[in-house]
Design a protein around this ligand. Structure first.
Ligand code: SAH
Length: 238
């Protein structure tokens, strides 16, 4: 009887992986994942069988992982947390009798937040700007309502070639509800090689260098920058 671990490997450096995630990968005979993510854990999997596919092979990857796990110990990996725009949902939807265990990881918003300071200290919501599975109309509505409710907003999948204008439109929508001085951070490759941080305000925001390797965090009405550090107060009277 095999087993399937659905592993969140964290933002992309082995140091920022949980001990449980590392152990699951080490215990596995087969590793399944997107080619680029497999690269991130190369040092851990030298002796293992690897099944990797390109970006859009998600369903194939999940079916394959479930099938292989009937006989062997398998890990299917996602970056960050596998339960946040990762593989956990699809695996559990497709699962029949297979033994599946979901192992959490540090998601991109937490990784980026630790670099910036404390931007998601208060109520935060994650919105993916990818319309591959969510119609843009729904994305726009979620942006509008979360902006209106003063959530700190973490934007995953902020920009890709096919939908260049979504991010600019999102920022414009948030501006309807927040001051132009509200901090906006772009973190590229958080906690992995190539890390880069840019701080803006809603008024000065430029999306030129934003791509799919970035996460964008927009502060709430109370957020501010102090000595280059992005803070959203929790509300302590100091
Ligand atoms: N399961 C992942 C999210 C996958 S969606 C997680 O929990 O983090 C892919 C998006 O996540 C990317 O487009 C980017 O917006 C964000 N992302 C993932 N890792 C990142 C990192 N190290 N730095 C910045 N953004 C990252």
């Amino acid at each position: 009887m095999g087993k399937l671990y659905v592993v969140g490997i964290g933002p992309g450096s082995i140091k920022n992986m949980t001990i449980r995630a590392k152990e699951a990968i080490e215990e596995s005979e087969i590793i399944v994942g997107y080619t680029k993510y497999i690269e991130l854990i190369k040092p851990l999997i030298a002796d293992k069988e690897v099944f990797s596919t390109g970006m859009k092979g998600e369903e194939e990857r999940c079916r394959q992982a479930l099938m292989l796990s009937k006989e062997k110990t398998v890990s299917i990996i996602s970056t960050g947390d596998s339960g946040i725009y990762g593989m956990a949902g699809l695996i559990l939807e497709l699962r029949k009798e297979e033994d599946v265990e979901v192992i959490p990881g540090i998601t991109a918003s937490s990784a980026a937040a630790s670099i910036l300071g404390a931007p998601i200290m208060h109520d935060n919501c994650n919105i993916s700007l990818s319309d591959l599975m969510t119609p843009y109309e729904i994305i726009k509505k979620r942006v509008d309502m979360s902006a209106a409710s003063d959530f700190v907003i973490s934007l995953y999948n902020p920009k890709s070639r096919g939908r260049q204008h979504y991010l600019r439109e999102t920022i414009e929508t948030i501006k309807k509800y927040r001051q132009g001085t509200t901090p906006v951070a772009v973190v590229k490759h958080a906690l992995r090689d190539g890390q880069d941080v840019k701080l803006f305000t809603l008024d000065s925001f430029k999306d030129d260098e934003v791509d799919m390797m970035c996460i964008v965090i927009v502060g709430n009405s109370q957020s501010y920058i102090k000595d280059g550090i992005f803070i959203t107060p929790r509300g302590y009277k100091i």
